[in-house]
Write a protein of this length. Structure first.
Length: 255
């Protein structure tokens, strides 16, 4: 994270020869806050066809929170460098400005993700038009897919059908203080194991099930059979005794 483009160029000057491409994102300094914490939305989107274009937004998702209360990055504090004896800007605290679970879960103030209804309630309490906000989020999702539709159709023409596949995408959306949604990132391989968080695991399980139903994947007859459970130590002991008893019976019959 940097304050100015010059800082990015300075920090990355050693890597220009290897990879001259850069992705620069504008920092949204006025995020909508819940209990003074910054958050973003992880939304699950399923695309089942690019021609015709079919996009589905799952009704459930999660809100991911930064561990520490938000402070405006434009009002960066200055600190005295003990070596140079000059005042320099303090580095941005990732637990304040980033909402990734992997970044914040090691912080002792880590806040677990919350369901989307918590966000809707907070927006309503802030006099937000929840229906309009979600309509704008859907608009952002559709436009992002339209921007890659032609390229994806070309790839599918080369490698397979444009209408016989499905893919799950994880969309990260930030809402600012004016209730405007901002697309932060699209994950082509989103985390679907839930990182050990019950809410996230439950949402992902429903996403899996609904996606399979959507594309017509049915469970095989074998998957409906009783699952195999490895025998316990006691079971193995009883099985061993039974085998021994069978040998005794056989020897008695032979005698």
């Amino acid at each position: 994270m940097a304050h100015h483009l010059k800082q990015v160029q300075k920090d990355n000057k050693n890597y220009t020869a290897i990879s001259p491409m850069r992705v620069v994102c504008k920092y949204i300094s006025n995020p909508f806050l819940i209990c003074e914490h910054k958050f973003d939305l992880r939304l699950m989107v399923v695309i089942t066809s690019f021609d015709p274009l079919r996009i589905y937004l799952h009704s459930q998702g999660i809100a991911r929170f930064a561990a520490l209360k938000y402070t405006d990055s434009t009002k960066t504090k200055m600190k005295l460098d003990p070596i140079t004896q000059q005042y320099v800007k303090e580095p941005l605290d990732v637990n304040v400005h980033l909402t990734n679970v992997a970044v914040n879960e090691t912080c002792r103030h880590f806040k677990k993700p919350e369901p989307l209804n918590i966000v809707n309630e907070a927006l309503e309490n802030d006099n937000g038009d929840v229906k309009k906000i979600w309509s704008n989020i859907i608009d952002v999702i559709c436009k992002s897919v339209l921007s890659i539709q032609e390229g994806m159709m070309h790839n599918r023409d080369v490698n397979g059908s444009n209408s016989n596949f499905h893919e799950i995408f994880g969309y990260d959306v930030l809402i600012d203080s004016f209730h405007r949604p901002w697309l932060m990132e699209i994950n082509r391989r989103p985390n679907l194991n839930g990182s050990g968080i019950d809410l996230w695991q439950n949402v992902n399980t429903k996403v899996y099930a609904d996606t399979f139903n959507l594309v017509g994947i049915m469970p095989s007859p074998q998957s409906q059979r009783k699952a195999y459970v490895p025998p316990s130590d006691d079971d193995r002991y009883l099985q061993h005794l039974n085998r021994g008893n069978r040998h005794l019976l056989q020897s008695e019959k032979q005698s």
